[in-house]
Every structure is written in structure tokens, then in C-alpha cells.
Design a protein around this ligand. Structure first.
Ligand SMILES: *Cc1c(COP(=O)(O)O)cnc(C)c1O
Length: 363
């Protein structure tokens, strides 16, 4: 049993107050970790029953994320990919989905697997072109949007897409890059929100976790996704659920600080002669810069001392990577494109590290 957050609370408050145990004398303030595979039987209606069906730590995390996204229910998974797989398992296997032409590579790979094995039809579109999305959505079961998208930072008009979708076509938004602090897709008409909670929600690069958040109108889809978690066993770890909820407590302050840092860096980099293009959606702390070629981009990354060369994103640490170092990255992503996840370090140190490295490349 958890405390119910007040519907009038702001996101900053929900991040702190949602997903707490009842306030009883001497009870812990935080939901404790409950490492349990086995629960004692005997309740008339079994509450949890078995460790693969539920855990008090998942419930606390799910309540917090549902509150932040303004959803009716949420489900926690072992990873963002496990959450994505539960959605594909919950829609008709030989149905049709619309996918972004640029999106998280794992999601594209998973959809391709469903195409080969189950005959799922996959249509890819430029998600920043609303008319193209709506055209592709005719006869589709699900439109999958990632906005801002990885790694090109394409942005979709979520309200326009959701308003124009045909009846019966679901809208899923991968909200990993924006976080519920900067974008709440369910309030713009989406049916499901997906998070790689591994990234901003957790925020400390130490846990893998995924989330789905549903509106009331798709209770049946939520039920099928819950069943998929139970049957496929892609359950979140007890420690991971704890770490993600702990991370959420500081999500608003991390997001604001990282966003403020990102805005300064966009300004700074836009004046640099080595930077051909900056892709920044205008909010958040994810951006991509384009350098003339792979060698220059690798040279920059090599010369940085504070910024960490790493895939993944959304941690307190500033990280970056040249996306085409992955052989599976699409050829439409330029060789010199570096995706940057701005952290919460002091802006002067982040800026100095970048300027120094860029300057050294020009000599
Ligand atoms: C990382 C990521 C995923 C996959 O999440 P995992 O937690 O790594 O399984 C999905 N979508 C986006 C946008 C991501 O960045």
C-alpha cells in the first residue's frame, strides 16, 4: 500500500513524493528492497504470489512513473528493450507498425525480427513529417514514435499525429530523451509511453530498467503487456527498481541542470568553425554535432578529458560517442556525427574541455 500523490502536485513534487510506503510510525520513508522469489500462500486473493509476478519495489517505481507521466498504470521491465518487446508481444504478431526511420537501433532490430519470424509489416517514416506519419498509419495497428529521436534528434508533432491517427491505431512514444519533465506524450494523445529507465530516470549509469506507461483507454493492452512480462520473464531486478526510483527523486534537478548546460554548449559550439551542424531540439540535454568526417570526430573524442566516450546517455556524467562507429548504424547518419549527452558537471569545465579539444584539432 502506497501513499497516493495529490493530483494537483507538480512534477518536481511527484518525483519526490510518489511511490512511497504508507506513513506509519517508525516505518521507513523509502520503499525498502524486498528480495523475494517466494511469498507465503493463504490470502483469499493472492496479492503477489510469486517473484516473477510482482514485487513491492516494482509497484513503488510504477506508481512514481505513472504519476510523472500522468498515466493510469505503469509496468517496470528488466530493460527498455524488454519493455519494447512486451509491446510487440501485445499487438497482433502479423499486424502492421509504423517505425521512425531513425530510432534506437535495438527497437529497429527487434521489429525486424518480428517481421522475419511472425510476418509483422514494418513501415518506416520520417517522424518529423506529420503527413507522412499519418499516411503510413492507415491500416496500421501501432505508430511508434521516438521524439527526440536517436541519434538525429528528429522531433515529431505528437499532438498533430495523435489527432490525425485512424481509429484503432495506437500511438506509442519513446520518451527516453525528453523525460516526463519536458514532454508528457499521454497528455498529447499518446496511448503508451516507453522509457529506457536505464537513462535519465535512473540517471547514474548503474542500472538497466525499462518502463511502459498506459492511459486508461488501453487497459487491455496494459494487461497483455503485463502478461508478457510474466510469461517472458523480463522482470526488473530488485536492486535496479530501487536504484531507478532513487534516481527519480532527483530527476527534475538533474534535468534542469543538464538542460541549462546543454543550452550554453549549443551556443558555444555554434560559433566553432569545425562544427558543421548542431542538432538540438531546443529543449533537454541531448544533442548531436556534425564534424567534417570520422577522423576529426574520433580525434575530438580522443582529446577530451572530462567527457566520457561511451554509448548510453542520461547519466549525471557527460558522455558522447560517434554513432557510425557502430556497423549497424544507418548510412544516413553522417560519419562525423557525435551524439552528446550533457551531464550536470559545472558548465565551465564542460565547455573548457570541449573548446580545448576542438582548438587542438585545428593546429
Ligand atoms: C537505450 C534506449 C532504449 C533501450 O533501452 P535499454 O534499457 O538499453 O534496453 C530504447 N530507446 C531509447 C531511446 C534508448 O535510448
Amino acid at each position: 500500500m502506497q501513499n497516493d500523490p495529490s493530483p494537483s502536485w507538480k512534477p518536481e513534487t511527484l518525483a519526490v513524493a510518489a511511490g512511497r510506503p504508507d506513513r506509519l510510525p517508525d516505518a521507513p520513508l523509502n520503499q525498502p528492497m524486498v528480495p523475494a522469489s517466494t511469498y507465503i500462500a493463504g490470502q483469499e486473493t493472492e496479492l503477489i504470489g510469486y517473484g516473477r509476478y510482482g514485487n513491492p519495489g516494482w509497484t513503488a517505481l510504477e506508481e512514481a512513473v505513472a504519476a510523472l507521466e500522468g498515466g493510469a498504470t505503469a509496468l517496470a521491465f528488466a530493460s527498455g528493450m524488454a519493455a519494447a518487446a512486451a509491446v510487440l508481444a501485445a499487438i497482433p504478431a502479423s499486424g502492421t507498425i509504423v517505425l521512425p526511420q531513425h530510432c534506437y537501433l535495438g527497437v529497429a532490430g527487434l521489429a525486424e525480427e518480428y517481421r522475419r519470424r511472425h510476418g509483422l509489416s514494418v513501415r518506416t517514416v520520417d517522424i518529423s513529417d506529420t503527413a507522412a506519419v499519418l499516411e503510413a498509419a492507415v491500416g496500421a495497428d501501432l505508430v511508434w514514435i521516438e521524439s527526440p529521436a536517436n541519434p538525429t534528434m528528429d522531433v515529431a508533432d505528437l499532438a498533430a499525429v495523435s489527432a490525425g491517427l485512424p481509429d484503432g491505431c495506437l500511438l506509442l512514444v519513446d520518451n527516453t530523451f525528453a523525460t516526463p519533465l519536458l514532454q508528457q506524450p499521454l497528455q498529447q494523445g499518446a496511448d503508451v509511453v516507453l522509457h529506457s529507465a536505464t537513462k535519465f530516470l535512473s540517471g547514474h549509469s548503474d542500472a538497466l530498467c525499462g518502463m511502459l506507461v498506459f492511459t486508461r483507454s488501453v487497459d487491455d493492452l496494459a494487461g497483455r503487456a503485463r502478461n508478457a512480462r510474466k510469461l517472458h520473464g523480463a522482470t526488473p531486478g530488485v536492486l535496479e527498481s530501487y536504484l531507478v526510483l532513487r534516481g527519480i527523486r532527483t530527476l527534475p534537478v538533474r534535468v534542469r541542470q543538464a538542460e541549462a548546460n546543454a543550452k550554453v554548449l549549443v551556443e558555444l559550439l555554434s560559433g566553432n568553425p569545425l562544427v558543421d551542424r548542431i542538432r538540438y531540439p531546443g529543449f533537454g540535454s541531448m544533442l548531436a554535432i556534425e564534424l567534417p568526417d570520422a577522423a576529426t570526430a574520433d580525434g575530438l573524442i580522443d582529446k577530451l578529458r572530462l567527457w566520457v566516450n561511451a554509448t548510453s546517455l542520461g547519466g549525471v556524467e557527460s558522455t558522447l560517442e560517434r554513432r557510425r562507429r557502430w556497423p549497424t548504424e544507418l548510412p544516413s547518419v553522417p560519419e562525423g556525427l557525435i551524439r552528446m549527452s550533457v551531464g550536470v558537471e559545472h558548465i565551465d569545465d564542460l565547455a573548457t574541455d570541449l573548446t580545448r579539444a576542438l582548438d587542438s584539432l585545428r593546429h
